[in-house]
Ligand binder design. Structure first.
Ligand SMILES: [Zn+2]
Ligand SMILES: [Zn+2]
Length: 430
């Protein structure tokens, strides 16, 4: 079979079928277009200003490693004038974090960026291993997500930095949108679509420059740029509901590659229908803090920017890439690529039948309450509640602590389920 030329430069041989739109590209053009699309995201959303100091939430995983690499490249190529710093959270997960932190330390050298590591133990008095010991594996991602969210902000504050970027990709955003859609949580859906969270009132802004980047393309980019990242999945699995949303997204992508971006765009369009008053930016948002509602928050995807599993699909892809590399002389079959018809189709909003006013009002049974910002009475962290979510979780943990330390060895599934239930009741009552 004759080699297929790259769709962009028309000269080099196409070696990559772009997951996003099945375009056939050479390696160089893929790398360039991937970077340029992120540059486009950065400039159109006016994400940064010259002189900004930016903390990159770095886990050592592929997403944040790619984010660090691309931001460094773009910062130099387009003179963004940014001061980039790597900020890592040590959750205290043995055998997982230890190794990934080593990766981040190497990244700091490779990218010539300062690195700050903040530990859960010093911030909260609990490592994630201890949390899991206390509450069991189920539901621990809620804790990890809530703690991580504050940890990054607190770490940034220690550094005097007011903007944290995270490696959340399009798949993550689509997943969160779907979850909130399925829950009927429009305010949270709206917030999750925003590239920046936090506003003038919050001390630390959060943003997701990879918001439109496909997870598969992130893997491809990391592979072809030979980036040094940590690919082992987190030991603690995500919530069942998030896992289901993830599987759904991956299945949709299989039959329609544009589905991921379509969900993201649809989420953005839906967000426009939600009155600003009910979307107000806040970290500890929900009226009744419950463990089950916490995992819908952006940034609560368990281990954040690294290592959720989707049936090991990304791991399979990495393995496949490795094999392809080894057989690099072999001609890559690009004939199986889908047509261009799937390329970034958008629905025309002008023809939409939805009346903006109906968006929020129609929701019955659940009130869309206005968000007001304050600070947590315990830790001073920004919260819409008297006590922030992290402090509430900690209270539940600490309440049970003495008892747990005695019981650890005889812990069984039933007693841990019971404990979780009691904890939830305690939280609901408080
Ligand atoms: Zn090319
Ligand atoms: Zn607090």
């Amino acid at each position: 079979m004759a080699p297929v030329p790259c769709a962009i430069c028309k000269t080099s041989r196409a070696l990559i079928i772009r997951p996003k739109n099945h375009q056939k590209l050479c390696k160089e053009c893929f790398i360039t277009i991937f970077e340029e699309e992120i540059h486009h995201t950065v400039t159109t959303t006016k994400l940064f200003s010259p002189g900004d100091r930016i903390a990159i939430g770095a886990s050592g995983g592929k997403d944040s490693t790619v984010l660090a690499s691309v931001l460094k490249t773009l910062n130099e190529r387009y003179n963004y004038g940014l001061e980039l710093v790597l900020l890592s959270i040590d959750e205290g997960i043995k055998g997982y974090r230890d190794d990934s932190l080593e990766t981040v330390k190497r990244n700091a050298v490779q990218y010539d960026m300062p690195l700050k590591i903040v530990g859960y133990d010093e911030l909260y008095g609990w490592t994630m291993d201890q949390v899991v010991e206390a509450i069991g594996k189920k539901g621990n991602c809620t804790y990890c997500g809530v703690f991580r969210r504050q940890a990054l902000d607190r770490g940034a504050k220690m550094l005097g930095i007011r903007h944290v970027v995270t490696g959340h990709n399009a798949d993550d955003v689509a997943e969160t949108i779907l979850m909130n859609l399925l829950r009927g949580d429009l305010p949270r859906l709206a917030r999750s679509t925003s590239i920046v969270t936090g506003d003038e009132m919050s001390e630390v802004r959060r943003s997701k420059p990879l918001k439109y980047a496909y997870e598969k393309e992130i893997v491809l980019y990391a592979h072809h740029k030979k980036l040094d990242y940590f690919s082992t999945e987190c030991l603690y699995s995500p919530e069942a509901f998030r896992g289901s949303a993830r599987t759904l997204i991956k299945n949709l992508e299989r039959v329609r590659p544009s589905a991921i971006l379509d969900v993201v765009r649809s989420g953005e369009d839906m967000a426009k229908l939600v009155p600003e008053a009910v979307t107000g930016i806040s970290h500890c948002k929900s009226q009744k803090v419950s463990l089950s509602s916490a995992d819908g928050e952006e940034g609560a995807a368990g281990c954040g920017t690294n290592g959720r599993s989707s049936g090991g699909e990304m791991a399979d892809m990495e393995k496949k890439l490795q094999e392809d590399e080894e057989a690099s002389s072999r001609e890559i079959d690009v004939t199986a690529a889908a047509s261009n018809g799937v390329n970034g189709q958008r629905h025309d909003r002008i023809g939409s039948k939805t009346e903006p006013q109906n968006g929020a009002k129609r929701e019955s049974g659940k009130k869309l309450t206005r968000q007001t910002l304050g600070t947590c009475k315990k830790c001073g962290y920004m919260s819409s509640q008297d006590i922030c979510k992290a402090c509430m979780l900690l209270e539940g943990l600490n309440k049970n602590r003495p008892k747990m330390e005695i019981e650890v060895d005889v812990e069984d599934e039933e007693s841990s389920t019971l404990r979780r239930r009691m904890e939830r009741l305690a939280l609901a009552a408080g």
